[in-house]
Design a protein around this ligand. Structure first.
Ligand code: ZN
Length: 190
């Protein structure tokens, strides 16, 4: 089965991700897409190598004992016992799922929490589920984790990274057989 996504983050966003300058919720979206997309993975790996080379060439800087202790403590906090899937684990922030609610018939939304704060959500639509028509107040990023959905702009499948700009509107319909599971985040920094 060919699972290469058709819709990708743009290069500016991948660059921002590789340099660690995107919000955690957006970073998770990129991580989720990278699980499915060899070409974006190669691009990010190349960016990270460039960053690593620049870092290796830099003059060593002394850091305080407190700074070193904070970094080491952060590394030790990485919790590998959380049962959630690898794509939602990032830089030692363990994501957990909050209590879900039913948005519409056959459509369930579950918040993704980091340290108790919602940073994004998982949206699960059963086969043929129709999300109410809605518009976006801020930029919205959706990554398809299973199944697919369609709206009047096309069909979006496994691993696709779908960006809806503020002011756009649509009415997604989950695949009639597989349904659709999405990671969804509002990119309020965009
Ligand atoms: Zn990609």
């Amino acid at each position: 089965m060919n699972i290469s996504p058709i819709h990708h983050p743009d290069e500016m966003l991948l660059f921002a991700y590789a340099t660690g300058s995107v919000d955690l919720g957006v970073a998770y979206a990129v991580v989720a897409h990278l699980q499915f997309c060899p070409s974006c993975r190669s691009f990010v790996t190349a960016l990270e190598r460039i960053g690593g080379a620049a870092f290796a060439d830099a003059e060593p800087q002394a850091v305080s004992r407190a700074c070193r202790d904070r970094v080491m403590a952060g590394l030790e906090r990485v919790d590998t016992s959380e049962p959630f899937a690898a794509p939602l684990r990032f830089l030692g922030h363990a994501a957990v799922l909050g209590n879900g609610c039913e948005l519409a018939p056959k459509i369930r939304q579950v918040p993704v929490l980091v340290r108790g704060m919602p940073i994004a959500a998982l949206l699960e639509g059963g086969p043929g589920a129709v999300l109410p028509a809605h518009s976006h107040a801020s930029r919205e990023i959706v990554v398809i984790l299973a199944g697919s959905y369609s709206d009047d702009t096309g069909r979006f499948g496994l691993g696709d990274f779908v960006v809806s700009e503020p002011g756009t509107a649509h009415q997604p319909i989950a695949d009639s057989i597989e349904g659709c599971l999405c990671y969804i985040v509002n990119d309020i920094a965009a």
